[in-house]
Write a protein that binds this ligand. Structure first.
Ligand code: ASP
Length: 334
């Protein structure tokens, strides 16, 4: 009898241990790009500016979730704020392509039903993430590109802006720097691909709402000096963005060519789905593969139990999270 009582007490304790009181019910993680980012080498005052904008976006997304809004709505709230800020390589402040034009890519995915929307190479849509959402919700397609995406935007009543709206002096200087390198023979091959001393600033968000639904979104200007209609991983479902309630939500940032080749976002989810690998382990293994292949960058991840992971193999990554159990942070370096 005593033995059974003891067993009862033990299994009750085991149950309590399995569901810690502090497990978050809802929450979100965001990023503002990875790269050679060291808080101590940012120009004076800039670290504070970045932290304030990341905090503003985090609070806006959290307020949506706290008020019972969906994870898709939270992702939209976060990403539109970061797109509107010239600090990040998305929307206003996006990097220039080789022709001196900003070409924007974005995607969003709803983990509830695997619905997804993406746009690539648009030049006149103020908030690309809103157009990606419209593709997901109002078209029968998943991905629209260039002029076709903009025709769809017009049809949906989006106000189009001149490309100059996105331009900033900093991105102009970065383009000049890369162009110069491209004409220096010893450095030419590196400049065609990613200049490694550059800061990036793609933005992304993953969220879990009160109803247990996950969502992910990513928005970017791509890479400085990109040519020939180059598209990176950010608008590619399964590479830069993925969400499924069965596993996790992921948004990536980094050298897009490598993230596409490894199908990074889906690779992390697949490890959880097929092998039961814990989120942090799966994310770290995939980022290690990116490094082994010669790429760099990072991911933000959130699973359906509220676990988070934010691995990166660059010097830094702008990132922040806030969970309903009170855990929160805004980080830049390691
Ligand atoms: N992943 C983006 C791209 O390749 C760039 C970045 O995240 O910095 O387009």
């Amino acid at each position: 009898m005593f033995k059974y009582l003891l067993l009862g007490v033990l299994s009750a304790a085991a149950l309590t241990a399995a569901v810690p009181a502090s497990a978050p019910v809802y929450g979100l993680v965001l990023h503002g790009g990875a790269g050679v980012i060291r808080p101590e080498t940012l120009p004076p005052g800039q670290e504070a500016q970045y932290r304030a904008k990341l905090q503003e976006a985090l609070d806006a997304g959290y307020a949506v979730l706290e008020g019972g809004g969906s994870s898709v709505e939270a992702v939209i709230a976060v990403i539109t704020i970061l797109e509107d800020s010239p600090l990040f390589n998305a929307g206003k402040g996006a990097v220039f392509n080789a022709d001196g034009i900003c070409e924007l890519d974005a995607s969003i995915m709803d983990g509830r039903n695997l619905a997804a929307g993406a746009i690539a190479g648009v030049q006149h849509v103020r908030n690309p993430i809103l157009l990606a959402r419209a593709v997901m919700e109002k078209s029968e397609h998943v991905m629209l590109t260039g002029a076709g995406a903009e025709a769809f935007a017009k049809q949906q009543g989006f106000e189009l802006v001149p490309n100059e709206y996105f331009h900033t002096e900093l991105r102009r200087q970065q383009l000049e720097k890369v162009r110069k390198r491209e004409t220096t023979p010893a450095k030419a091959s590196a400049a065609i691909l990613r200049p490694t001393d550059e800061k990036h600033g793609t933005v992304g968000c993953v969220a879990l709402d009160r109803a247990g639904n996950l969502a992910a979104g990513t928005s970017t200007g791509g890479m400085t000096n990109k040519k020939f209609g180059r598209v990176g991983d950010s608008p590619i479902i399964g590479a830069g963005t993925y969400a499924s309630n069965a596993t996790c939500a992921i948004s990536a940032t980094g050298w897009g060519e490598y993230f596409i080749r490894l199908g990074v976002a889906r690779d992390i989810a697949a490890q959880m789905e097929y092998r039961g690998t814990p989120l942090a382990e799966a994310a770290a293994a995939t980022i290690a593969k990116v490094g082994q292949l010669g790429g760099d960058g990072g991911v933000i991840c959130l699973d359906r139990a509220g676990n988070i992971a934010m691995p990166f193999n660059t010097v830094g990554m702008y990132r922040a999270f806030r969970l309903s159990n009170g855990e929160t942070a805004v980080k830049i370096g390691r």
